[in-house]
Design a protein around this ligand. Structure first.
Ligand SMILES: Nc1ncnc2c1ncn2[C@@H]1O[C@H](COP(=O)(O)OP(=O)(O)OP(=O)(O)O)[C@@H](O)[C@H]1O
Ligand SMILES: [Mg+2]
Length: 561
């Protein structure tokens, strides 16, 4: 039954085109040479350590006979120093490759998220994405840079030490290998169970982080509803849940280590008794016994270590599968950017938009001509923002066509590229932490001081900016903490206007402004020459006098007045 389930999971992954190995190789490729180099150094280390063991034997035997030469001591010391130096080099190189690899994965996942379909990214909580990008990426890096090369090095060490011991004592060499099948069976049985537990651990970590991130971002709401105690208890519960799975996983891996190490100890005692017997019979010297025992433990240690690496290998695959979930989001459609000249219009024919199965807007058609000032009106939750998301291609229609055009015959179909010539002021507070200047420059990073002030003036910001001690260089917090909601809206408008795009979309961008300020902005905006085509969502009838077109949304349909 278990096997069947395992097979089904494998088939399912295969059907989804998931090939863990290819995926890991793809990410590892840029670091492959560095990892191989690290492995070579580790193998060199094994040679040195074998030399060290043989040198110890010679030295002990020399001491037994009472004549240690200076050269022997110098050689011994030299080996010791080389081991120390190589060890330090491995340690440092490891940190470097590990850091670069982890950052490399994070960067690729981050880039992937930025270029994925917006709706696809929305199925993940920000805390979840963070866990996948930090903890899971770290686990993959650790696995590929440390665990898997370590396994290869251990296998090579095993062969090398085995040969050396076999030459000296075939019996002990074969005996030392007895643990191998035992280790493999334990590794196989425990590995699968461990992978499931590891995924559970990561899921609980995600829940824990998401909870912290969200409650801290909304700390005002927690306080406003006097929910401090409840949230504190919830965090403790989430921690308990996480601890439960971490503990379960740790117990399982400790158990496997205990069994393997126990066997290792018994084996060592046996080898000791065997070698002592040989000394008693005068078959070997003390030095040879030391060599035997050193080599013996150097065979068993890699076998035990191989089993110890198991959780690491499991982590690589469970972490890879969690990062691959992000990889599975479709990329955003992007067409070659089109250079629009002058005003831009948009022709929407027969499009439908949905978030899941049910359409929010169905078979919608309308035309916004270049230079239009159109209002989108309709009840809350009816689909106004959804329509805008469709026009900006944040969500795409399964049918119909959206086509932007100018008066010179240029045309562009809806894709991520149309955002190049559209300026957008989203609903809600969308400012970033940093200075007000940083926020405005996001619209046009190379804008001059004059351009910044032109946009700020148009968005009616000058009055309040002049009252701030640091003016435009005032630092604001996340989501505009430090300034008022209406001030934040005006900065968001300036951020859009500075782009001087031929098409502007305002989603309730003036909802927090008083009527006088709103009218002042609309008047200034109306006077821009050439004025961009404007699509404006509003619940206020006072704005309608500025508009030459009204799109009324009701019951999934759009009618134009
Ligand atoms: N990300 C989303 N996932 C699933 N459903 C959504 C999502 N965003 C909106 N909806 C649903 O789509 C419908 C239309 O939402 P939309 O945000 O377009 O309304 P709206 O007209 O802009 O409302 P408001 O005036 O309140 O801003 C709503 O019923 C809402 O439940
Ligand atoms: Mg809305």
């Amino acid at each position: 039954m278990r096997f069947k389930r395992y097979l089904n999971k494998y088939r399912e992954d295969k059907a989804r085109g998931r090939n863990y190995f290819n995926w890991l190789m793809h990410y590892t490729k840029p670091y492959m040479w560095k990892i191989i180099l690290l492995m070579i150094i580790s193998i060199a280390m094994t040679y040195v350590s074998i030399g060290y063991a043989v040198a110890s034997q010679k030295l002990i035997d020399m001491a037994g006979k009472g004549h240690i030469t200076k050269t022997a001591i110098a050689l011994f010391m030299g080996l010791m120093v080389s081991m120390l130096i190589i060890n330090t080099a491995i340690e440092l190189a490891n940190v470097m490759v590990n850091e670069k690899y982890t950052f490399g994965i994070r960067k690729q996942v981050y880039d992937k998220l930025l270029r994925s379909e917006w709706l696809g990214t929305q199925q993940f909580h920000t805390g979840d994405m963070m866990t996948r990008m930090t903890s899971d990426a770290g686990n993959v890096a650790n696995g590929m840079v440390n665990v898997i090369p370590e396994i290869i090095v251990l296998l090579i060490q095993l062969v090398m030490v085995f040969i050396t011991l076999y030459i000296n004592s075939p019996f002990l060499a074969i005996f030392a290998l007895f643990l191998t099948p035992f280790g493999m069976v334990i590794a196989f049985l425990i590995g699968r169970k461990l992978k499931k537990l590891q995924i559970k651990v990561q899921e609980t970590e995600t829940a824990y982080r998401s909870f912290i991130q969200e409650s801290l971002a909304n700390i005002l709401i927690v306080k406003a509803f006097s929910n401090e105690d409840r949230f504190s208890e919830q965090l403790a519960d989430l921690r308990e849940n996480r601890f439960f799975w971490v503990w379960k996983k740790s117990k399982l891996s400790s158990l496997s280590n205990l069994v393997l190490n126990g066997t290792f100890q018994v084996g060592y005692v046996f080898a000791f008794v065997y070698a002592a017997g040989q000394i008693a019979n005068g078959e070997i010297t003390f030095g040879t016994m030391t060599l035997f025992l050193t080599l013996f433990s150097r065979i068993q240690a890699p076998i035990a270590s191989l089993a110890n690496q198991l959780p690491g290998v499991v982590s690589v695959f469970s972490a890879a599968s969690r990062i691959m979930d992000i990889q599975d989001i479709s990329d955003e459609k992007r067409e070659l950017p089109v250079n629009m000249e002058g005003s831009v219009g948009v022709r929407v024919s027969d499009v439908s938009f949905a978030y899941g199965k049910k359409n929010v807007l169905e078979n919608v058609s309308f035309n916004i001509e270049p230079g239009d000032f159109a209002a989108i009106i309709g009840q809350s939750g009816i689909g106004k923002t959804t329509l805008i998301r469709g026009l900006l291609n944040f969500i795409s229609s399964q049918s119909g066509n959206i086509e932007y055009y100018d008066k010179h015959g240029h045309k562009a179909h809806a894709s991520a590229s149309v955002r190049e010539f559209i300026s957008y002021v989203p609903q809600g507070n969308t400012l970033f932490s940093g200075t007000i200047r940083d926020n405005v420059l996001m619209g046009k990073p190379d804008a001059t001081e004059a351009e910044i002030w032109e946009a700020l003036d148009m968005a009616v910001c000058r009055d309040f900016l002049e009252k701030l001690p640091d003016g435009i260089d005032t630092v604001i917090g996340e989501k505009g903490v430090g300034i008022s909601e209406g001030q934040a809206q005006r900065i968001a408008i300036a951020r859009a206007l500075i782009r001087k795009s031929p098409f502007l979309i305002l989603d309730e961008a003036t909802s927090a402004l008083d009527e006088k300020t709103e009218a002042e902005f609309l008047k200034k905006f109306d006077e821009i020459s050439p004025r961009p085509t404007c699509l404006l969502i509003t619940h206020r009838s006072s704005i309608l006098k500025y508009c030459n077109k009204e799109l009324i949304i009701d019951n999934g349909c759009v009618t134009v007045h």
